[in-house]
Design a protein around this ligand. Structure first.
Ligand code: DX5
Ligand code: ZN
Length: 215
């Protein structure tokens, strides 16, 4: 069983002091930094792009986990790789050729992931499983932080865990992860937990991260 990794989402950080926020969560025990890229088209919100990732990259040793909520994604994969992403994940709905997009990410030397919206079936994963390093399950509809966890996604996590078997593929959950929902995700088979408000809205990041990890 993989150790549970905590990936705070920068979307919930104080945007006036992002460098300090990244340093603070790293010191507080965060394992990965989750970066939500939104284009105002694939999702109804706009966040930030590769320029911000490039600026933050020298400040941190954490793996950068880039969640693309953009369509099309293909024209930007190289830019995110060059900016310093370690993991790049995209939604199957972002383009007609998921398999090719994952091949492109791997060819750029990065870890490749697929993201499933709450209504997206797991069938996509089976078709491309040999190209995957990560499956990300959305437990909210993407676009905003601070939403409520959609419980039906726990069954999806369990089904994906069974599908992944003993392959070297991380199973990540994103949206509404709190100290209440984190243990349910881990129980179902998740090994990476994204948390925005459950870390950045708390006064003490180390306590928040340890609480999500379950220790
Ligand atoms: C939603 C993003 C999430 C979001 C999570 O579109 O993909 O990563 O930042 O925020 P919380 O943890 O507050 O639900
Ligand atoms: Zn995300």
């Amino acid at each position: 069983k993989n150790p549970v990794r905590i990936a705070p989402s920068l979307l919930a950080a104080d945007f006036t002091r992002l460098g300090a926020e990244v340093a603070a969560i790293e010191k507080a025990g965060a394992d990965w930094l989750h970066l939500d890229i939104m284009d105002g088209h694939f999702v109804p919100n706009i966040s930030f792009g590769p320029g911000l990732i490039k600026a933050l990259r020298p400040l941190s040793a954490m793996p950068f986990d880039v969640h693309l909520m953009i369509a099309p994604a293909d024209p930007y994969l190289a830019a995110f790789a060059e900016a310093g992403a370690d993991w790049i994940s995209l939604h199957p709905e972002a383009g007609p050729h998921l398999h090719r997009s994952l091949q492109t990410i791997r060819a750029l030397g990065k870890k490749a992931g697929v993201v499933l919206n709450p209504a997206t079936p797991i069938a996509h994963v089976a078709e491309v499983i040999d190209l995957l390093d990560l499956v990300l399950v959305m437990s909210v509809n993407p676009g905003f932080g601070g939403q409520s966890f959609i419980r039906s996604q726990l069954q999806k996590i369990a089904a994906l865990k069974a599908l992944i078997g003993d392959r070297d593929i991380r199973l990540e959950v994103d949206g509404g992860v709190t100290t209440e929902t984190a243990p349910l995700c881990v129980e179902a088979g998740a090994d990476v937990l994204v948390a925005g408000t459950a870390v950045f809205a708390k006064p003490d990041y180390a306590t928040a991260i340890a609480g999500l990890r379950g220790c």
